[in-house]
Design a protein around this ligand. Structure first.
Ligand code: B12
Length: 191
């Protein structure tokens, strides 16, 4: 910068508080739907995280490579076309097979199947395969998801944690947040 020039740095209110780490958001290989990913990005950015949104139709290889490169504090997978269970079971095995991603928090949610039947059974299968929490549209709402994010180590380490004021109106107050992922949503991944 030349002498006498002033540097102007524009920092938006939202980006100013994004100090909790990077969250990767992704659609699955078969899924062309995009707006759920945009919705998730806005929500997670509001909670103080940087977001890398890989977009829809992400091949398994690309998802694995990007997660290894970015080393996110959380991976969020969105499903809308109803094939989330099939695609999710396949890709989570690939992700968990990477030693550096073995402990990375990973969640999946949305329209995971093409029918409303056996939703809980499918959610449990996804959790057993490696997801830390599963948020099917039929049995969860945004408050469950924001409560899960508030329970992440990255959230509790940061200044004053996620205060009720920084959460969307739909989320739980910080004082009533569970210390661990909600039992109904996290069927317990094998250690
Ligand atoms: C727009 C749209 C499309 C567009 C998408 C364009 C684009 N660039 O996104 C196009 C035309 C490509 C499309 C194609 C198809 N679509 Co479509 N599409 C829709 C539509 C009209 C709107 C979806 C949308 O954008 N909603 C807005 C976003 C913000 O909300 P959302 O997607 O519902 O996501 C919410 C939740 O699912 C949840 N969520 C999602 N992911 C996650 C993840 C986590 C962690 C959490 C917590 C929550 C969460 O949060 C989001 C916000 O509330 C819906 C019908 C509808 N009215 O909803 C059908 C719909 C999703 N499509 C459907 C289908 C079947 C298809 C096709 C298979 C149709 C076909 N035979 O070709 C293809 C699939 C293509 C593919 N390979 O994936 C079905 C899915 C049925 C199911 N899952 O059981 C729907 C519901 C229509 C219907 N009633 O049958 N579609």
């Amino acid at each position: 910068m030349a002498q006498g020039e002033k540097e102007i740095v524009v920092v938006s209110a939202a980006s100013a508080v994004r100090d909790r780490g990077t969250v990767v958001i992704s659609g699955l290989a078969s899924d062309a739907h995009t707006w759920n990913l945009v919705y998730l990005q806005l929500l997670i950015e509001e909670l103080g995280y940087d977001v890398v949104n890989l977009g829809p139709c992400v091949p398994d290889d690309v998802l694995v490579d990007e997660c290894r490169r970015i080393d996110p504090v959380l991976l969020v997978i969105g499903s809308v076309n109803g094939h989330g269970c099939t695609d999710g079971l396949r890709v989570v095995a690939r992700l968990r097979a990477c030693p550096e991603l073995a402990a990375t928090p990973m969640v999946i949610g949305g329209k995971l199947t093409v029918s409303d039947e056996n939703v809980e059974r499918h959610a449990r299968a996804l959790a057993e395969a490696g997801f830390d929490a599963v948020f099917p549209d039929q049995s969860s709402d945004p408050a469950d998801f924001t409560a899960f994010i508030a329970s992440l180590p990255a959230a509790s380490l940061s200044d004053a944690s996620l205060s009720a004021a920084s959460l969307p109106a739909t989320s739980l107050p910080a004082t009533s947040l569970p210390a661990a992922p909600l039992p109904a949503l996290s069927a317990g991944r094998p250690e």
